[in-house]
Write a protein that binds this ligand. Structure first.
Ligand code: PRX
Length: 631
């Protein structure tokens, strides 16, 4: 099933078709998948409630499309290559048949442990091939997976488990990350002291550690699969049945569970994978993301496997044992498409060119970036040193909520402009709106990025709280999905994403709500109140700057800072550590008590001379104190 567009002219033609007749356009694409029962209606939607459904009446199982359907022609083709953290260790290569058997076997194990269609299963695992097996096995039996990134803390896991009312957690004894090892099972044990819905924990033996195993609750993966059949009929799912929940941060304190469904997500991830990366049958494709984030879901697991591709999974980090690791893996496995985050590119760029220059990188055809805006300097470095000035770079803009890539170049077909995501994919109708919600139609403008027509993998709801979904995404601008991003459209109609316009900070491509971090900080007794903002960071894109209000400014600020950091790590995880913490006696507030974050942002950005109007402040003096104590 080749869904590829083959020229830029064809793209323009397809784009037009997709706008003129969206249902006809998507119907053509969706037909190439295996449906147990064909859908009767392509799409029904309104953005008011919102209520969006795709491929209504269709029955399918996404794993039949990822696995079974390839067995005849690609049974011996590599589905998955796994490169371990330590380059001295052996890598793993599984064919489509092998992956199929492992998924079936584990699916049977899940059933044997009482997991049924509709049950939620939290997956908290290292980047090992069994993570892919766990995800697909859930989908195969109709259980809803919710992968939690293995850098989150026990409290963060507990929040997600409780929100999803998960029955099971799949984890490992521990994981390798560079020179470090992390005891995952211990973190899960701690989380479970706050959860009552979980009655089974399956533990993969990754490090040969001997974690505590609670009798009756915990069992080893190898014991769970022992004696299980390597065939497992896929559960028949409705197009709109839930496939997974993935928690992501927003402007409020509590992460929300973004819900994606079987039918639409399948069609959109496969279509975008093939087109954006211009994947050809014998290519080896590598996305360096973690399956704990949406990029890993859509473009390590589902998109590639739906397309019969060979997908590479990497356990390690870019800088260990040295900053040439990515390039060594590219040469070792002859990688053809390489997809990573700007933060990784900037980190490697800072380590010097020698680490990349010693590798040939001849096999690479397409490079990609995702997760945050890429600065022109990093783009050039990537283009010159990794792409050797011959590979196109696709700068892919999308979100957890969009399920798949929305604005991006298509391999070598589209014109490129550094730091511009480019043109919308077929089926995507972006618009820029002004403050009042009026559409700005000209080019050479800037505005709030919204989408005015649904696409198959748009989020359906936020788990357990549909009203939150409506308020967050569909209430700002009537009749539009609001992305939370600001964007420019240049004279040629290409989009350049500026960044978030809400209270979300993007640190190394990871999203955090300011309120989420503030809640964590406020739980420490040192803090009376706090306000968190982002500031430009050379490597991470944005760093976290926290203003912490204390009754008495601590005498030993270093100790107090360490304590605050510890609290954030406990509540969320190391990935959310504030870079800078400034202790203050108050925050700049309006007379109505609203924190003026604009002022805090300017101070954090090192531009205290550009604070703008401060006349509406309750206590203007506080600004002087904040400016003079800025870090
Ligand atoms: O601000 C945009 C930024 O990342 C946000 C989505 O984050 P998340 O849901 O975690 O998904 C990340 C991976 C898809 C967006 O609202 N973002 C993502 N890709 C880009 C980007 N900003 C600029 N350019 C991109 N290519």
């Amino acid at each position: 099933m080749d869904l590829r567009i083959k020229s830029f002219d064809e793209y323009k033609e397809k784009y037009k078709q997709s706008v003129d007749n969206p249902d006809g356009f998507w119907d053509q694409i969706a037909r190439s998948f295996i449906w147990r029962m064909p859908y009767h209606t392509v799409c029904e939607w309104n953005f008011e409630q919102p209520d969006v459904k795709w491929f209504l009446g269709g029955k399918l199982n996404i794993t039949e499309n990822c696995l079974d359907r390839h067995l005849e022609q690609r049974g011996n083709k590599l589905a998955l290559i796994w490169e371990p953290n330590d380059p001295k260790e052996r890598f793993v290569r599984w064919t489509y048949r092998e992956l199929y058997e492992k998924v079936c076997e584990f699916a049977n194990a899940l059933k044997a442990q009482g997991i049924q269609k509709g049950d939620r299963v939290v997956v908290y695992m290292p980047m090992i091939p069994e993570l892919t097996v766990a995800v697909l096995a859930c989908a195969r039996i109709g259980a809803v997976h919710s992968v939690v990134f293995a850098g989150f803390s026990a409290m963060a896991i507990a929040d997600r488990v409780n929100d999803a009312q998960a029955k099971m957690i799949i984890t490992a004894d521990g994981l390798n990350r560079g020179a470090k090892q992390v005891p995952l099972k211990r973190v899960v044990d701690e989380a479970l002291t706050h959860c009552s819905s979980v009655n089974k924990v399956i533990v993969y033996n990754c490090l040969d550690w001997s974690p505590n195993m609670a009798p009756g609750r915990d069992l080893w993966w190898h014991d769970a699969v022992n004696g299980m059949a390597k065939e497992c009929p896929a559960e028949e799912m409705d197009s709109e049945d839930m496939l997974f929940i993935l928690y992501t941060s927003g402007s409020t304190g509590k992460p929300k569970g973004v819900v994606h469904t079987h039918g639409g997500y399948m069609v959109y991830t496969a279509y975008t994978f093939q087109n954006v990366f211009q994947y050809e049958e014998s290519d080896i494709y590598w996305c360096t993301a973690d399956v704990g984030w949406i990029t890993g879901h859509s473009y390590i697991v589902y998109g590639p496997l739906l397309s019969g591709a060979t997908t590479l999974m990497f356990e390690g980090v870019p800088t260990w044992p040295d900053p040439g690791r990515f390039w060594q893996v590219c040469d070792k496995h002859s990688v053809n498409q390489f997809y990573t985050a700007p933060t990784a590119i900037r980190a490697l760029m800072a380590c010097g060119d020698d680490h990349v220059l010693s590798y040939s990188l001849d096999s690479i055809k397409v490079l990609g970036t995702v997760g945050e805006p890429i600065n022109v300097e990093a783009w050039r470095w990537y283009h010159i040193h990794v792409g050797k000035e011959r590979c196109p770079i696709v700068d892919t803009w999308w979100q957890t909520e969009t399920g798949g890539i929305m604005i991006s170049g298509l391999g070598n077909l589209s014109p490129m402009n550094p730091a511009h995501a480019g043109y919308p994919l077929p089926g995507i109708q972006p618009v820029l709106l002004d403050q009042e919600g009026n559409e700005i139609v000209e080019n050479g403008v800037e505005g709030y990025l919204c989408i005015k027509h649904p696409w198959p993998s748009i989020l359906r709801t936020t788990y357990g709280d549909h009203e939150r979904c409506r308020v967050t995404y569909f209430s700002h601008y009537q009749g539009h999905y609001f992305t939370g991003d600001g964007a420019k459209r240049d004279e040629n109609g290409m989009y350049r994403i500026i960044g978030r316009v809400d209270d979300v900070i993007n640190v190394s491509g990871h999203r955090f709500g300011t309120a989420e971090i503030e809640n964590a900080i406020n739980s420490n007794k040192i803090a009376v109140e706090s306000a968190v903002v982002g500031y430009p960071h050379d490597i991470k894109g944005q760093g976290i700057y926290a203003y912490v209000v204390c009754e008495n400014i601590p005498e030993d600020q270093e100790v107090a800072r360490a304590e605050i950091i510890e609290t954030v790590v406990e509540h969320i995880g190391k990935i959310a550590k504030p870079e800078k913490i400034q202790f203050v006696s108050g925050l700049p507030k309006t007379r109505s008590g609203k924190i003026m974050r604009r002022i805090l942002r300017k101070v954090a950005e090192g531009e205290p001379d550009k604070l703008g109007d401060t006349s509406t402040l309750l206590d203007p003096q506080i600004v002087e104190e904040i400016v003079s104590g800025a870090l």
